[in-house]
Design a protein around this ligand. Structure first.
Ligand code: IPE
Ligand code: IPE
Ligand code: MG
Ligand code: MG
Ligand code: MG
Length: 367
């Protein structure tokens, strides 16, 4: 991983310095580190880094979740889990928990449920987006067919609820209520995402609303679920939720950017998938905003092409619109709001380190 901090300020020379990640980084006194791998010393306590927590989570998650038969159904479900993933959401749940107390067993049950839920959404999302590749492998529906993929997603969701069901009864109603609210919001966001494919006049605010629902609430809830189990007060829960939500917006902005300009080898998805599916990403909205009327018409014409020959011309147009700069400004805006909420969270600053490092990783990631 290369976070390229040293380049960020240089690349943003014309930007308001307060908005650059490096400035936010220094102002908030976040320790420089090339990856979220640091263990944070805090008196007697030792908070785990992202890397440690993903190892701990992987030990719990890397077990057989499904029975053997029917083979095709469970092979399909296992296919995506075996392909890995960054495990951001379950780690955020563990971090939200550890910010307030030692990680408890219940946090692992919830983390497992969150990751299973996430993988369920990915299987269904790849059907909706007609995506051929995920995590560098064939998507579940490409390999096993759409009907089996739908069922593999369904059974994964239910398996997630089985894990949730193990949470102590003192916490279960609150955990279920936030989990279910979030799951419904993800469905709403996914519907908007598809509706927008066919809506000509999507505004930037519509886009932010859509990505908040489909993506960022899941990151926000992961943190809050962990915090609930850690006994956090309402105020802290809300700040962590807002931190996760704004970070999640920056995270989806980066996802949209990587869909166009990422290295498919690292990103694991087909380059230009969003262009093929006519997704209303910030790249398209921004291009439409800055292009002349004639250029807009030309972009519309290219977008109406049905085959892959449209990808490169659209990428060229994006490049000509200085989209890299816009992506950075957008990510930094939401990153900064996120960091303000983290700052407001009432725990000693050393307990915030893992989340600060995670935030930096998420907005600069190339995977
Ligand atoms: C992909 O999420 C779906 C989005 C919300 C962008 P991740 O980028 O966390 O996917 P994995 O789990 O690491 O593969
Ligand atoms: C998907 O957004 C969000 C959910 C799965 C809920 P994307 O469609 O951008 O995710 P990727 O790029 O396919 O992972
Ligand atoms: Mg998709
Ligand atoms: Mg999608
Ligand atoms: Mg995407």
């Amino acid at each position: 991983m290369n976070l390229k901090f040293e380049n960020i300020k240089q690349n943003n020379a014309h930007m308001n310095q307060d908005n650059s990640v490096q400035e936010i980084y220094h102002k908030k006194n976040i320790g420089l580190n090339n990856s979220p791998s640091q263990v944070v010393e805090n008196g007697k306590n030792c908070l785990h880094s992202f890397r440690d927590l993903s190892r701990l989570f992987e030990k719990r998650f890397n077990v057989s979740h499904f029975p053997k038969e029917p083979e095709k159904l469970y092979d399909a479900a296992q296919h995506l889990l075996t392909a890995g993933g960054k495990r951001i959401r379950p780690v955020m749940c563990l971090m939200g928990n550890e910010m307030f107390e030692e990680i408890k067993e219940d946090a692992y049950y919830v983390a497992v449920a969150i990751e299973l839920f996430h993988n369920f959404t990915l299987i269904h999302d790849d059907i909706m987006d007609k995506a051929p590749l995920r995590r560098g492998m064939e998507t579940v529906h490409t390999k096993y067919g759409e009907s089996t993929a739908l069922l593999a997603g369904d059974v994964m969701l239910v398996t997630g609820y089985e894990s949730l069901q193990k949470v102590h009864i003192d916490y279960l109603p609150r955990i279920l209520s936030l989990f279910n609210k979030t799951a419904k919001e993800v469905c709403e966001g996914q519907q908007l995402d598809m509706d927008f494919e066919k809506t000509p006049d999507v505004s930037f605010d519509d886009y932010v609303k859509m990505i908040t629902l489909k993506t960022s609430v899941a990151l926000a809830a992961s943190l809050q679920l962990g915090a609930i189990l850690g006994g956090a007060g309402k105020g802290n829960q809300e700040h962590l939720y807002e931190f996760g939500k704004n970070l999640g917006i920056a995270f989806q902005v980066q996802d949209d950017y990587l869909d166009a300009f990422g290295d498919p080898e690292k990103f694991g998805k087909k380059q230009g998938g969003d262009i093929m599916a006519n997704k209303k990403t910030f790249l398209l909205l921004q291009a439409m905003k800055v292009l002349s009327a004639v250029q807009q018409k030309e972009l519309d014409r290219i977008l109406s092409i049905k085959d892959e020959s449209k990808i490169q011309p659209v990428l060229d147009i994006y490049k000509s619109c200085n989209i890299d700069q816009w992506a950075k400004e957008l990510k930094h805006k939401y990153f900064s709001i996120a960091m303000d909420h983290l700052e407001e969270t009432a725990v000693v600053s050393s307990r915030k380190k893992p989340l600060e490092e995670l935030a930096l990783f998420l907005i600069e990631r190339d995977m």
